[in-house]
Design a protein around this ligand. Sequence first.
Ligand code: DCP
Ligand code: MG
Length: 242
Amino acid sequence: SPAAGQIKFENVTFGFPGAEKPVIADASFVAEPGKTTAIIGSTGAGKTVLLNLMLRLYDPQEGSITIDGAPVDALTRAQLARTVSLVPQRPYLFGGTIASNLRFGRTDANDAELWEALRVAQGEDFVREKELGLEEPVSQGGTNVSGGQRQRLSIARALVAKPLVYLFDDSFSALDVATDARLRAALPDATEGATTIIVAQRVSTITEADQILVMEGGEIVGRGTHDELLATNEVYQEIVRS
Ligand code: DCP
Ligand code: MG
């Protein structure tokens, strides 16, 4: 069957070397192509580590992680990078230009594709305001770009890459509510057919998700839609109230 981007965790346990408690404990879930899976939970719950496990930044001590049935540890990191795009919690820009940063995941993207990704990522206006537009220089680490702009460029970079799987690690909580809403309204078309996993802080970011995983202390303590969790899950109810 053609590659589709289904992600499957089965009983995944991971702890950092020397730590007594695992950071991810017995996590199982499936993220389906064409669907949005959201992950929510308090700071330190293990959300970032869970995403990083999919990219093999670490490998679990127990359990398995597969993409379309193939164990991720059978893929090279280059194959993984072509399949999965991560927008990290602290996005990083490389020394170069806005264009070279956006083409990081797919060097043959043309300018029209870069502008389209910027439009979706709500970064079009600020790039248009730059004297050199797409060719505006960016310093190593992106120190001449604001934090919010860095976030939007990082989202646009993932969109340019057109992967099978998108991982957004807390990519929307730094945006104001209106920008967050515009971005999420534009995202489904731009990521159509892909597997989308969104780590979020704001419940409003994920109410439409097909599936929400609630994490606490390294465990998945709830799963369902917003309405299902609101009716049944105490941890989720607490997050909604806070
Ligand atoms: N941890 C660690 N060493 C690392 C990274 C994380 O010991 N290099 C620990 C810190 C936390 C746990 O792992 O106890 C989970 O960390 P995460 O970064 O996955 O936590 P979250 O992403 O859920 O938190 P936040 O919402 O603050 O981003
Ligand atoms: Mg995190």
